[in-house]
Each structure stands twice: as C-alpha cells, then as structure tokens.
Design a protein around this ligand. Structure first.
Ligand SMILES: [Zn+2]
Length: 135
C-alpha cells in the first residue's frame, strides 16, 4: 500500500512551469498557454543551436540586410541614395560581407545583398534598390 505522501510525489508536473498536474492521466501541461510556451521555448533553443553552427558570414549578411532595409522608404523617390559612411558603419553595417559583387561600365564596384547593392566612396556609401541591376 502506498502512503499519501508518496502518491503526492508521484503526481506529474507541468513540462513548462513545473506545477503539479491534476485531471486526466497523461497530461503534460497545466493548460494551452504552458503547452505553447513550452513549444516556443524548444523552438528558440533549436534556433539558437542552429545559429551557433551557421558561418559567421551568414549573420553578418543578415545584419547588413536589416540595415539596408531601414532605408527602404527613401527609395520611393529615387533608386539611388547616398548615406554617410560613418552613420551606416555605426549601425553595424559591414562592407566586407555581400552576396555578389560586380563592376559596372563606369568601373565602379558594386556589392550586393539581396535586392540592395552598394558602392563605397570616401565618406559615403551609395545604395541602389532593385534586382534589375543584376540582369
Ligand atoms: Zn504549467
């Protein structure tokens, strides 16, 4: 015969918050919130593990893209903008990391990050938006 205290210890606990579970057998979570929180915690752990093994260049390119995308609104008026080099570098933009590069007919080197391309000048960076430059 088992004592009440032993039965208490055997009570299953929620996978997420660790509280004792009541109700049907085989229950793993207190409620749907704990279940969702548990699953999203697992997902974010997997994602961070995955990121650990991604080459450093991938994350630098991703950061570059996010920064370039901040200027997207400015391309409504023009398909070429100039930004202060110092400003964009301060945001974490790394000019060494791109996906493709090409030299145009004016001998200007353009580096590309998805639908943005940029070329470097002394104090500024020219940014173009649109994939058609690559065709
Ligand atoms: Zn819970």
């Amino acid at each position: 015969m088992t004592s009440t205290s032993e039965q208490q210890q055997e009570k299953p606990t929620c996978n997420y918050c660790g509280k004792k579970l009541y109700g049907r057998e085989g229950k793993k979570y207190c409620n749907v919130d704990c279940k969702n929180n548990y699953n999203s915690r697992i997902r974010s752990e997997l994602r961070s593990k995955e990121n650990e093994f991604l080459p450093d260049a991938f994350s630098k390119i991703r950061v570059n893209y996010r920064i370039l995308n901040n200027y997207k609104d400015q391309f409504e008026k023009s398909n070429l903008i100039y930004v202060e080099k110092e400003d964009i570098l301060k945001l974490g933009f790394n000019t060494q990391y791109c996906i493709k590069a090409y030299i145009d007919d004016k001998k200007i080197l353009w580096k590309n990050c998805h639908d943005y391309s940029w070329s470097e000048y002394e104090g500024s960076i020219a940014i173009r938006y649109g994939m058609y430059y690559w065709m």
